[in-house]
Design a protein around this ligand. Structure first.
Ligand code: AMP
Length: 253
């Protein structure tokens, strides 16, 4: 298992090096996590990475990292991307793909990867397929998390993130000891702009329109696994590992 690294290569661009070099895995896991916003993909990605040592590659995290840079260091494309993000809309395929291509060495990470939030459109999935083929990096599976829509909305609306260390809380399911303050570093908790009710509705629509077709795309390629995201994060992780084990056994036959 890996010591947690800072994912510098992913968050800052392909030229930066991760603080802790990834430990090569004998059989690197390469997963894509799908599911509507709020289903808990980020949390599952963290748990699965801890389990497998693979690197958590979230495109949303790259945009959030760019957001904290001074405006003078943000490219024009990034500024437009951040405006789309604040409204809950998808960033253009062109910008997202340019960003992923710049970081393509992360797809070849010897520890494997878990893609979270990418691909989000069939166009992105096709481009990723080319990159993976070029690098001879076959996918292990695509995990599609499912949850009832009213539960998702309640989850998103109550989510609070630490403005400093990025720890995640929930007003109902995981309240901080002191309201509005991070238990870990004492910084104020904030609501992500795109977790506000008006943005949640836009994000759900974007998911239905652009991301749901990916389920068909990966089903046709025989790599799709559907997992329930109800219950605790640990239960979700256990369900994912069990589904992956069953899937690998079936593929090996
Ligand atoms: P996430 O943290 O994955 O929910 O992403 C937060 C926001 O970043 C999304 O609502 C989009 O505005 C943007 N974003 C992240 N990944 C992508 C992507 N693959 N395609 C388009 N927009 C994205």
């Amino acid at each position: 298992m890996n010591t947690k690294n800072d994912r510098a290569s992913w968050l800052k661009s392909g030229n930066a090096n991760c603080s802790v070099p990834p430990s090569p895995a004998a059989h690197p896991v390469r997963l894509i996590l799908l599911g509507p916003p709020g289903v808990g993909k980020g949390t599952q990605a963290e748990l699965l990475c801890r389990h497998s040592g693979a690197c958590h590659l979230s495109t949303g995290d790259v945009f959030r990292a760019a957001k904290s840079l001074p405006a003078s260091e943000q490219s024009a494309a990034m500024k437009t991307a951040l405006q789309s993000m604040a409204r809950g809309e998808l960033v253009s395929d062109e910008t997202v793909l340019e960003m992923v291509r710049e970081r393509k060495k992360c797809l070849a990470c010897p520890a494997g990867f878990l893609l979270d939030g990418f691909p989000r459109t069939v166009n992105q999935a096709e481009a990723l397929e080319v990159l993976l083929k070029e690098g001879n990096l076959p996918l292990t599976a695509v995990v599609n998390y499912e949850m009832a829509i009213d539960k998702i909305v309640a989850r998103l609306a109550g989510r609070r993130t630490c403005s400093k260390c990025k720890a995640v809380f929930h007003t109902v399911n995981l309240p901080p000891k002191k309201e509005g303050i991070c238990d870990h570093c004492g910084a104020p908790l904030i609501q992500r702009e795109d977790d506000r009710p008006e943005s949640i509705r836009v994000r759900m629509k974007a998911y239905q329109k652009s991301t749901k077709p990916l389920i068909d795309f990966y089903q046709k390629r025989g790599v799709l696994l559907t997992v329930s995201a109800e219950g605790t994060p640990e239960e979700g992780c256990k369900n994912t590992l069990a589904a992956l084990e069953k899937f690998s056994a079936k593929r090996a036959k």
